[in-house]
Write a protein that binds this ligand. Structure first.
Ligand SMILES: [Fe+2]
Length: 251
């Protein structure tokens, strides 16, 4: 083989190898898409649909809670994790000393969703013993879905909303595993508090605001100490506190 022929041969071989690598990469993308996207795309479209119903006041918030928990219960968790690029997100978390870190969620891998989503979304990440601190919610509905790790999850019904405190009744207090969920509205399980029991824990969250048409308050979180003062009948007086105090007490 002459020098010229050898150089041409080497160049062509390299091009062929590059082409093979490119084709394999494309095939992997197509495979990824075929295996994961249709399941998750449909799930996200349903999430968008039911969020829009409660946002537009076509269904009541407690009905939305049922639909959301039903949807969460049908999640294909490995597919959702792939779509959220969970491994990359989890590898880069700078865990706070107290409380939970709120991480942005990207739906760029999901097709068929409108650009004007009516629900906010995030992932909460925390290390063992740290919490999404206890808080109630005004005029909003939210749902938690455990992505990874184990947490102790507590909920309380808000029976009274006074100037400086709630009166609450414990409703849920149990361990939550990956794929398990809970939800919030002004009318059911309004206060929640999640504490990581594993080395790290991750929760997917969506929230829709303005879900209670008769509500006079702006949508938002209200930090409380749900164990502030024990009352008769299993109830608690839960003082309203600052985010800083909630983190000191329970973060
Ligand atoms: Fe919340």
């Amino acid at each position: 083989m002459s020098d010229m022929t050898r150089r041409m041969f080497a160049r062509e071989s390299l091009s062929a190898l590059t082409a093979v690598a490119l084709i394999e990469a494309l095939a992997a993308r197509r495979l990824f898409g075929r295996d994961v996207s249709p399941i998750v795309d449909g799930w996200f479209r349903e999430l968008d649909l039911i969020s829009r119903e409660v946002h537009d006041h076509k269904v009541k918030d407690v009905e939305f809670q049922k639909k959301l928990e039903d949807l969460y219960a049908r999640v294909d968790l490995p597919a959702l994790l792939k779509t959220l690029d969970f491994d990359r997100i989890a590898a880069g978390v700078n865990y706070p000393t107290h409380g939970a870190k709120s991480l942005p969620v990207d739906f760029k891998n999901v097709s068929g969703l409108p650009t004007n989503l009516v629900f906010g979304r995030q992932i909460f990440a925390m290390k063992r013993g740290r919490s999404v601190v206890p808080h109630g919610h005004d005029n909003m509905s939210t749902g938690f879905l455990v992505l990874n790790g184990t947490l102790r999850g507590r909920h309380f019904d808000r029976l009274e909303d006074n100037k400086d405190h709630y009166i609450v009744r414990p409703t849920i207090d149990r361990s939550f595993q990956p794929g398990e969920c809970s939800s919030i509205s002004d009318h059911k399980d309004n206060v929640h508090w999640f504490t990581a029991e594993s080395e790290h824990a991750f929760i997917f969250n969506i929230h829709v605001i303005g879900t209670d048409p008769g509500h006079v308050k702006k949508p938002g979180r209200v930090y409380v100490d749900p164990l502030g003062e024990k009352l008769a009948g299993g109830l608690y007086k839960a003082p309203k506190i600052t985010y800083g105090r909630a983190n000191e007490l329970y973060g």
